[in-house]
Design a protein around this ligand. Structure first.
Ligand code: ADP
Ligand code: MG
Length: 340
């Protein structure tokens, strides 16, 4: 039914259509290639610049992907951000999104805050919300996003070559430390504001992904943890990856100490904490200087953290040349440890 049908609601509580109307009101006029947006049986989109479409879909479950006390604005932001991070990892330019929202109750104020957070990132990234579904149940948010990339140029996981360097542009483990701070009831401690912002409102590296098109041999976004996600690159590319433990940027040890966490725990959060939403990519060493300049032009700092080697799997080498085994490789919903 069209959204206009909301006006036949006979009770004061906002019904499904009133919620959709309020949500739609937070998203307006982001793109001109939306011929028909929210309100009909389907959205009509005009993919003019598209050579190939990249489609991604990710779900956030309350209490599992974000703490239950997370503000609705942050949930809206993050639901889109995790999807845009996947588009970034493919080198795609985001265009449209669909939103399946399952809500425990008809809370119009919550929906408006959620929509405002979603729209804040959508506007920044030129993404139009063009449709979705609204149902009742345990709080769960699924976003589908579509983006464009030139034909044959999408960044993939399977192109890493032996001899390539492994790079990132940013600090790992900040969101995971932010989660520890929230769990320790330190949400209002200014010392953790940066890490909690990285947890609540990750900024997908879209410009970086697009800048790597035609240059990076492989790319992935780090969502489950560096070691686990690079493991996917290693398998897809049929190679091994050797990381230089001392080159991996992590949050300051002093910050971890405020929560009673030792240095090793902080390093492990950087290696496997997850929720980073940074790109990890492989480069021919001859291209590193050029990429470093491009990355600097985006206000980011390129970090060369390892090399692609013959073999399989991801290993970590310390400065002294010893092997390092992290406490936890990464988050896996159906792994034996189930995330612990
Ligand atoms: P239908 O019954 O035809 O599937 P709905 O009544 O579920 O349509 O939705 C009405 C309109 O509102 C559709 O355009 C749909 O895409 C849009 N819509 C519903 N829920 C959402 C949502 N959570 N976010 C964005 N658009 C939504
Ligand atoms: Mg319909």
């Amino acid at each position: 039914m069209p959204v206009g049908a909301a006006h036949i609601a006979v009770h004061d509580m906002p019904d499904e259509f009133e919620l959709i109307r309020r949500l739609a009101a937070t998203q307006r006029g982001v793109r001109e290639d939306v011929v028909l947006g929210i309100g009909d049986d389907g959205a009509v989109l005009a993919p003019t610049r598209v050579s190939e479409l990249v489609a991604v879909c990710d779900t956030l479950v309350a209490g599992r992907h974000f703490p239950l006390d997370t503000d609705a604005f942050a949930i809206g932001w993050k639901a889109l951000a995790v999807n845009l991070s996947d588009l970034a990892a493919m080198g795609a330019m985001p265009q449209w999104a669909l939103l399946a929202l399952t809500l425990p109750e008809r809370d119009a104020a919550w929906v408006e805050r959620f929509g405002t957070g979603f729209a804040a990132l959508a506007k920044m990234s030129s993404v139009a919300l063009v449709g979705g579904d609204t149902t009742r149940g345990p709080l769960t948010i699924t976003v589908t996003a579509l983006g464009a990339v030139a034909s044959g140029r999408a960044l993939r996981r399977d192109g890493a070559q032996v001899g390539d360097h492994v790079c990132i542009a940013g600090v790992l483990g900040e969101a995971a430390l932010g989660l520890r701070a929230v769990q320790a009831q330190r949400r209002d401690d200014p010392a953790f504001a940066h890490c909690i912002a990285r947890l609540d409102r990750p900024e997908p590296q879209l410009a970086l992904g697009q800048a790597l098109v035609g240059i990076a041999s492989a790319c992935i976004d780090v969502s489950d943890g560096l070691v686990a996600d690079l493991g996917h690159v290693a398998i897809a590319s049929g190679v091994g990856i050797r990381l230089d433990l001392d080159a991996i940027p992590h949050p300051p040890f002093e910050l971890g100490a405020r929560l009673g966490l030792d240095a090793r725990t902080i390093v492990d959060l950087a290696l496997g904490g997850g929720d980073d939403y940074l790109l990890a990519f492989t480069l021919d060493p001859a291209q590193i200087d050029e990429v470093r300049e491009r990355v600097a032009a985006l206000g980011l700092d390129l970090r060369d953290i390892g090399v692609v080697v013959p073999g399989a799997g991801v290993s970590l080498i310390t400065r002294e040349g010893g092997d390092y085994v992290p406490a936890r490789a990464g988050f896996n919903h159906f792994g034996n440890d189930d995330g612990e």
